[in-house]
Design a protein around this ligand. Structure first.
Ligand code: 5GP
Ligand code: MN
Length: 352
């Protein structure tokens, strides 16, 4: 009985707390504001979808809104309504910093720490603006005034939908916003294959009611590989995949020479890591890239194996339990070796 009362008290506390946060935010947004929306470097479908949907929602409330992306977005997402209005920090640094300086409200979407937005992080930490974080990654840093963190959410898009509903503005969600939100849900769940929960299906259903065409979105998102990308994928699988069966792991390491030979550009390696997990018996996938100045890493796992812990503990990174990443100024070979060395701490060895 006591346990039930305690549970109820926790639920009630959360409810009251949530409502207080929402009513305060409603107050802040009750007259036109200068608002900046920030999302993480190398923005993906969820980062872009949540930012663009929120931008459109806030514009309907007569706010002046600027979405700032730390780096450019993949071409695949150029169909998203409003994407042409985004400011890219890498291309327009002064304008981006100026917009942050002027902001009265800053939304931080789909990232959990200021290091994910590069130099803008310092500007944000010093800003007097009200900061609102909406995110589904583990362990958010407490830099915002209002923190909406749900690690069980499929995507930040799912959370932005709920955020707007909780502000009692569901009627403002239109089809364009729906396309953006559905894009993020599709990309962060691999078209509803992982990280799903009942609410994400409910949100997807509501978006379909608005006329969002998920078939076309899937086609635009996933069937847009260039010939070069498809050949690169073949190269990765045929020549660069190393399987470590006793640790149920596959590694692909792309060298600088590969980057040169295949003329690899931004976004060309998107999705490659997921193919490793298609192999029967593989539970951990690592995709390591020797970019011009830095080694970028993508990790994926199945079940209880936490690549987020691995990324955080050894590769200056983080992310979700089953999808994480990191970066290091190091030699590719050293990163591959470090990965192999640390692997036994995270994965049980199987006798073959
Ligand atoms: P991806 O492999 O698709 O680039 O990233 C997968 C996930 O890992 C992302 O959702 C992101 O949260 C996380 N991630 C990727 N790179 C980094 C990084 O350098 N630092 C941190 N903290 N997280 C990362
Ligand atoms: Mn996300």
């Amino acid at each position: 009985m006591l346990a039930v009362i305690c549970d109820f008290a926790i639920i009630l506390t959360n409810f009251v707390h949530l409502n207080t946060q929402h009513s305060e935010i409603k107050g802040i947004l009750s007259f036109p504001r200068n608002i900046v929306i920030l999302t993480h470097r190398n923005p993906d479908g969820d980062a872009l979808g949540s930012s663009l949907a929120l931008m459109r929602y806030l514009e309907k409330g007569n706010h002046t809104v600027k979405v700032i992306l730390p780096s450019e977005y993949p071409n695949t997402f150029s169909f998203m309504p409003g994407i042409e209005k985004c400011l890219v920090y890498d291309l327009k640094r002064d304008a981006s910093m100026e917009a942050i300086k002027k902001a009265e409200v800053i939304f931080c979407l789909d990232f959990n720490g200021l290091d994910r937005i590069d130099k803008m992080g310092l500007e944000v930490s010093e800003s007097k603006a009200k900061k609102i974080l909406i995110d589904h990654h583990l362990d958010p840093e407490p830099f915002a005034d209002y923190i909406f963190s749900e690690t069980t959410a499929s995507s930040t898009c799912e959370m932005v939908y709920q955020f707007i509903v909780d502000l009692e503005d569901k009627a403002k969600i239109d089809r364009d916003m729906g396309e953006c939100l559905m894009t993020g849900i599709i990309t962060d769940t691999g078209s509803f294959k992982y990280s799903t929960n009942p609410r994400c299906y409910a949100v997807a259903a509501a978006l379909k009611e608005l006329g969002v065409d998920d078939y076309t979105l899937n086609d635009r998102i996933y069937n847009t590989y260039s010939e070069k990308q498809l050949r690169l994928l073949g190269h990765c699988m045929a020549n660069r995949l190393e399987v470590i069966p006793e640790y149920s792991t596959g590694i692909i390491a792309l060298t600088k020479e590969d980057y040169h030979k295949f003329q690899i550009g931004r976004g060309d390696t998107e999705g490659v890591v997921n193919y490793i997990l298609m192999m029967d018996g593989i539970k951990v996938a690592a995709f390591l890239r020797e970019q011009p100045t830095i080694i970028k890493m993508s990790f994926r796992s199945k079940g209880d194996i936490s690549v987020a812990d691995m990324a955080r503990n050894h590769f200056n990174g983080g992310g979700h339990k089953n999808a994480a990443g990191g970066a290091a100024y190091a030699k590719l070979e050293d990163i591959v070796n470090r990965f192999k060395k640390e692997l036994p701490k995270y994965v049980d060895k199987i006798e073959l």
